[in-house]
Ligand binder design. Structure first.
Ligand code: 6LW
Length: 540
């Protein structure tokens, strides 16, 4: 080929790939940023489905779909009926713990625990986007972190973890296995203790899943607690109920030996999936440190797994979860990103919006291109549902703003923006009859940070988080905003502060009449969330 023709062809290929967006060969972790802990995954044909814990957020158990394990589309929730389960009265760290998603004989199953309510249950669906069945409670199952496994003989098994009666060490728990009859919903036969973890001081053996690979049973579990010492170990057996032998390379995955400042830490609690092309991958939880703290809570990461015999090797040659690596050998299938600005013109509320704890009555309406939020007498400092809608924050640096129209003649009635982690850790920027008030509640201590006189009905409220500090703004239009209060530390919503544990943080809107009854509503025209983290667009 002549040099000129070669360059013309090369230019043509480059132009075509630019025009059609060439599939990258690598991906960035986490694959699901922000509050996405305890991931569980299953494959049906060429489709992958993933579910996360959601504690007292409602709807509960977010479900994602992917074709390539990197691009995920939020398709629904497992728990959507507030008449069948209640999170009211529960702490933010209780509610829906680690779920497992599986597919068997044409039916999807999610098995889960509601801590603080009726404990273990499962739900079923033929379409993972829903509708899902009401919870089918399993009173004969104890402990948390249930998983389901179907053996080749058709029998179904429940694997879970529970506490040990006569502990030999204080953090000792046991992973158990028992046959489950999915017609009577009873655990039947003998309960078999499989392991206390791989070492004689293993902490919190939990999050178990059983797989059958090449005729042998593999038990994957988490150990070490869900903080810095988190890990995953593997055990092997020729028989479903054991005895299980700890793999000699345990823990098969951890970052506990990398020091407390390693940027991805607390890695563990995961699930394995085999692709249609025969590759193995794992989804695991991990946390990212930013300026020494974590505001995004536990996120979902993807790691490659290669079996050497029966031993899974995570990211062979590296042994750790990576922030960027070669992607799975699957057709690149991005989904359209949901719009950053929700202008509330949809008939049904966007899937990103959640409330905290279960609503017992209607608290918002979408009409005339507005979200109309009822003022309820409940407040977000309490452990019952208040009139609040939030979405996960998924970036360390972000800005969120909303256009609100609200008038009242009563000082107890207020509405505005909130950044919520727990009932004891949050920020609110609220307008009442004559002023706008910025409040910080940290470890249960309430502090009014700033008050500004504001008599108008329409207002833009904004928060901008950068470098672990947050600045709030108010104004009559988006291009004329003024700061309210000083920059404040985001430690208020960070992991491990006060009662901030297990769950994650969200930003959104909130309206309350502080204990009094009212029919008043606040109208929201739009809400916009923009991530400001460095561009992680995939290019090679
Ligand atoms: C979950 C346990 C865990 O049940 O944290 O990281 C608990 N692992 O398995 C709550 O998410």
């Amino acid at each position: 080929m002549k040099l000129k023709t070669f360059f013309i062809n090369l230019l043509f290929v480059l132009l075509i790939s630019q025009a059609f967006g060439q599939a990258p060969t690598s991906y960035n972790n986490p694959i699901l940023p922000g509050y996405h802990p305890d991931p569980s995954i299953c494959r049906v044909g060429d489709d992958y489905y993933l579910v996360n814990s959601s504690f007292v957020w409602f709807p509960g158990l977010p479900i994602y779909h992917s074709k390539d394990l990197v691009n995920w589309e939020h398709i629904g929730y497992g728990i959507t009926n507030s008449e069948t389960i209640s999170f009211n009265g529960l702490k933010d760290k209780h509610g829906l713990f680690a779920p497992t998603i599986r597919h068997h004989n044409g039916t999807f199953y999610i098995i889960n625990t509601c801590v603080g309510c009726k404990m273990n249950f499962y739900i079923t669906a033929t379409n993972p986007a829903g509708p899902w069945s009401d919870p089918i409670w399993l009173p004969s199952a104890s402990g948390i972190d249930p998983s389901l496994f179907w053996d080749e003989d058709g029998k179904s098994y429940y694997t879970g973890m529970e506490s040990v009666a006569d502990k030999k060490w204080s953090t000792q728990t046991v992973v158990y296995n028992q046959e489950i009859d999915l017609n009577t919903n009873q655990l039947i036969g003998k309960r078999h203790h499989l392991t206390f973890g791989h070492a004689n001081n293993a902490a919190y053996a939990e999050g178990p899943h059983i797989y059958k690979i090449n005729g042998k049973y593999i038990l994957l579990l988490s150990e070490g607690g869900t903080e810095q010492y988190h890990a995953m170990s593997v055990h092997h057996s020729d028989s479903i109920n054991g005895p299980y032998q700890a793999d000699i390379i345990n823990p098969v995955l951890t970052h506990r030996h990398l020091g407390k400042d390693y940027p991805i830490y607390a890695v563990g609690h995961g699930d394995l999936v085999k692709t249609q092309n025969g590759e193995w991958w794992a989804v695991v939880l991990g946390k990212r440190l930013n300026n020494g703290i974590t505001t995004l809570a536990r996120e979902t990461f993807l790691a490659k797994v290669e079996f050497e015999g029966q031993t899974p090797i995570f990211n062979k040659g590296k042994g750790v979860v990576l922030s960027r690596q070669k992607r799975p050998d699957l057709p690149w299938t991005p989904f359209p990103a949901p719009p950053k600005k929700d202008d509330f013109t949809t008939h049904k509320i966007d899937l990103r919006w959640c409330s905290i704890r279960t609503p017992e009555k209607e608290f918002y309406k979408l009409n005339d291109g507005k979200l109309k939020l009822n003022l309820h007498k409940e407040v977000l400092d309490s452990l019952v549902h208040s009139s609040m809608l939030i979405q996960r924050i998924v970036d360390h640096n972000f800005e969120a703003s909303t256009a609100m129209s609200f008038s009242t003649s009563k000082i107890n009635e207020e509405s505005g923006l909130c950044l919520y982690r727990t009932n004891e850790n949050h920020f609110t920027l609220m307008k009442n009859d004559h002023e706008i008030i910025l409040t910080e509640v940290f470890k249960g201590n309430r502090k009014v940070i700033a008050k500004v006189k504001f008599g108008k009905k329409n207002v833009i409220l904004k928060a901008k988080a950068q470098d672990m500090m947050i600045q709030f703004y108010i104004g009559e239009s988006s291009d004329h905003l003024i700061p309210i209060g000083p920059q404040l530390s985001l430690i208020t919503i960070a992991d491990g502060q006060g009662n901030a544990q297990f769950n994650g943080a969200g930003i959104g809107i909130y309206a309350t009449s502080n204990g009094q009854s009212t029919k008043n509503k606040a109208h929201f025209d739009w809400f916009q969330y923009n991530g400001l983290d460095l561009d992680t667009t995939l290019t090679d």
